[in-house]
Write a new protein. Structure first.
Length: 381
């Protein structure tokens, strides 16, 4: 397929219902319009090094190897995928650690006024925990990005022990997105010919047993109908899961994954694309296929307004917004963090605060400490 600068949102009915009537139909065939986006242009970097639109402010909530405010927890190195959870009048932000051998995940607890009240580990002793996914029953699926890595179901509230979910497959996991409408979990695989997977639990929502499938379709297919086939051996004892099904569709470096309103959006960093899987129609399409302004697509999340927020691993270290009216524009840029990547974007339960990390901070090296930010402001409802 010839590379071209266009953005196309290709799902209408189901997504519109989930996003409060957002104009997905108008966006169906629109081309990208580079511009300031719905929040206006970025201002010069603030004291924390974030270039933000007018009306937005930032703070640093955690720095690697330093105690998180009002806690005894030293924030982990290489903060990666994250999610937010309601906790009484406050909320919790969960963050993975993409560190070899000790990996795991941790949580920061916030009071109703946004003050930090605690931080603690929720997963230990795992390996290169990259992204993951939030479940509707308020657990965090933390994924190991290593060959034959596993998914670990963890408790953001720090009460229950984490549990491995080997039935979900052993491969180089990146991200998960739960589809409660069909009672399945979608998963990406971060290799150059990675699969896009679907796990159906035997007894929803128990993830201890079930059926793992991989998407089937032509290698060069960018739109149209796709099918699914059962992966015979999810444990990958002899062959990698992506190699067990003839005709499985390869994706070039699967990254972030986000579900809403009948659609699962996922990113592939190798070809800088944002994909949409229409679960009801079992079709795929391209939501974004361009080289700028969004470059190095990675983690993705969304809002009730229908906006997608896509973080960059590379590029100029931005989180870009893709709107239902087919505009893609920078929302925030992290200044002076060359060599890092933006990870873990997630909104507070009320939608007024965005959390994310610069994984390697301003140093940019693999052993340099990262930092986790909060951005507050008038996000679109």
């Amino acid at each position: 397929m010839e590379r071209r600068g266009f953005l196309k949102v290709s799902v209408a009915g189901a997504a519109a219902a989930a996003f409060g009537g957002a104009s997905w139909l108008n966006a169906f065939s629109a081309t990208a319009a580079d511009g300031d986006g719905p929040y206006g242009p970025l201002l010069p970097p603030d004291a924390n090094g974030l270039a933000l639109p007018q009306g937005f402010t930032s703070r640093i909530v955690a720095r690697s190897l330093e105690k998180v405010t009002n806690s005894s927890y030293l924030w982990h190195m290489a903060p990666d995928g994250g999610a937010c959870y309601a906790d009484g009048d406050g909320w919790i932000y969960v963050s993975n650690s993409e560190v070899p051998l000790i990996g795991g995940a941790a949580a920061v607890k916030f009071a109703a006024d946004g003050s930090i009240t605690d931080a603690y580990r929720i997963l230990d002793g795992t390996n290169v925990n990259c992204a993951g996914g939030k479940t509707p029953w308020n657990t965090w699926l933390s994924c190991e990005e290593v060959d034959r890595g596993e998914v670990f179901e963890t408790d953001p509230f720090g009460v229950n022990d984490a549990v491995a979910r080997p039935a979900m497959g052993r491969f180089k996991h990146e991200a998960c997105a739960v589809d409660p409408d069909r009672q399945v979990v979608y998963m990406t695989e971060d290799v150059g010919d990675g699969g896009f997977y679907r796990f159906t639990p035997s007894a929803w929502p128990d993830l201890s047993a079930g059926t793992l499938e991989i998407m089937v379709g032509p290698e060069d297919q960018t739109s149209g109908a796709v099918t699914w086939a059962v992966v015979p051996d999810p444990s990958a004892d002899d062959d990698d899961t992506r190699d067990q099904v003839e005709g499985s569709k390869p994706f070039d470096g699967g990254e972030g994954c986000y579900y809403a309103g009948g659609v699962c959006w996922f990113t592939t960093k190798g070809d800088n694309r944002v994909w949409a899987y229409d679960a009801a129609a079992s079709t795929i399409s391209l939501t974004y296929d361009a080289d700028e302004p969004l470059s190095g697509v990675d983690n993705v999340t969304g809002t009730s307004s229908g906006d997608l927020f896509v973080a960059e691993d590379g590029g100029n270290l931005e989180i870009c917004v893709i709107t239902p009216d087919a505009v893609v524009a920078p929302f925030v840029r992290v200044d002076g963090h060359d060599g890092s990547e933006i990870t873990g974007p997630a909104f507070s339960p009320d939608g007024t605060r965005l959390y994310f990390s610069s994984q390697r901070g301003s140093g940019g090296g693999t052993t340099d400490p990262g930092m986790t930010f909060e951005v507050t402001g008038p996000f679109r409802a």
